[in-house]
Design a protein around this ligand. Structure first.
Ligand SMILES: C[S@@+](CC[C@H](N)C(=O)[O-])C[C@H]1O[C@@H](n2cnc3c(N)ncnc32)[C@H](O)[C@@H]1O
Length: 262
């Protein structure tokens, strides 16, 4: 994992645009339903959960309220989103069950075997070195614990095609995108067992299509109110993401893996 200093990418206007389409507290699509789907068959009730790349905190509220997590610690590299998520937890009276910590990119500042579950939603795309990342994830998990996540992946490890390259060029985020087999290999190399992925391309195409219609149609005035002169840029970003997903190269997936019991 990189130890470079991180610059703010999820600016206030970007967060404003994203939350307009994906809901308050969510910087990724699908909200509660998508989280519930990728947790299917797993029990996090009463467990201590680490959320990697917690953003503005909506996922953590779902983990605690809907799925009964005992405690969630959200970590993120950007202070402004951490501040928003702390305010959200306080407002909802959940500060005793959800806390946040800003971290630097790189190894986690936690002792071995500190968590029962490591969760992440659409955040690991920002971390290039998956082998080091998953070595860290398994290190901080207790024996018998599990990793459960979704992430935006690429169909393969070949040079990006024109649609995905266009999106990468305009979105203004640092990505380290890889294919589902690359993730599986890195998880297994780290020592995870029972590794599974589930493709969510069709879900993303439908979500982005609806978002694009909203942003360029009836939501346009609210987008302008939230983002001012950047509004057209965000419409272009969604249009490019939609084309990348429709091309089949942008392939979000659910992911899970289990740390063997001691
Ligand atoms: C697309 S957002 C998803 C946020 C949240 N998981 C959600 O679904 O709403 C990705 C988040 O990952 C964070 N991030 C980027 N690099 C990271 C890193 N190395 N470690 C932890 N978080 C990181 C970003 O700051 C951003 O808040």
């Amino acid at each position: 994992m990189s130890n470079e200093q991180h610059e703010i990418e999820y600016t206030d206007s970007f967060v404003g645009a994203i939350e307009l389409v994906w809901g308050d507290g969510f910087l990724s699509p699908g909200g509660e339903d998508e989280i519930t789907l990728f947790l299917e068959g797993l029990n996090i009730s009463g467990k201590e959960v680490l959320d990697v790349g917690s953003g503005t905190g909506g996922c953590d509220v779902v983990l605690v309220r809907t799925h009964g997590a005992g405690h969630v610690l959200g970590v993120d590299v950007e202070q402004p989103v951490i501040d928003r998520s702390i305010a959200r937890a306080e407002e909802l009276g959940l500060s005793d069950r959800i806390s946040y910590q800003k971290v630097e990119p790189g190894p986690f500042p936690f002792e071995d075997e500190s968590f029962d579950v490591v969760f992440s939603k659409d955040a690991m795309i920002h971390i290039e070195d998956k082998a080091s990342l998953f070595a860290e994830v398994i290190r901080v998990l207790r024996p018998g614990g599990f990793f459960v996540a979704s992430d935006w992946m690429r169909r393969d490890e070949l040079a990006p095609g024109p649609e995905i390259q266009n999106w990468l060029d305009i979105v203004g985020l640092t990505f380290g995108m890889h294919s589902p087999p690359h993730y599986v290999e890195a998880l297994e190399l780290a020592g995870f067992q029972g590794v599974e992925t589930r493709d969510r391309n069709e879900f993303l195409v439908n979500a982005l299509r609806a978002d694009f219609e909203l942003l360029s149609g009836e939501g346009r005035d609210e987008l302008i109110r939230r983002t001012g002169p950047e509004a057209q840029h965000f419409i272009d970003v969604w249009s490019a993401a939609l084309k990348a997903a429709e091309s089949g190269e942008l392939r979000p997936c659910h992911l899970r893996g289990f740390k063997p019991s001691a």
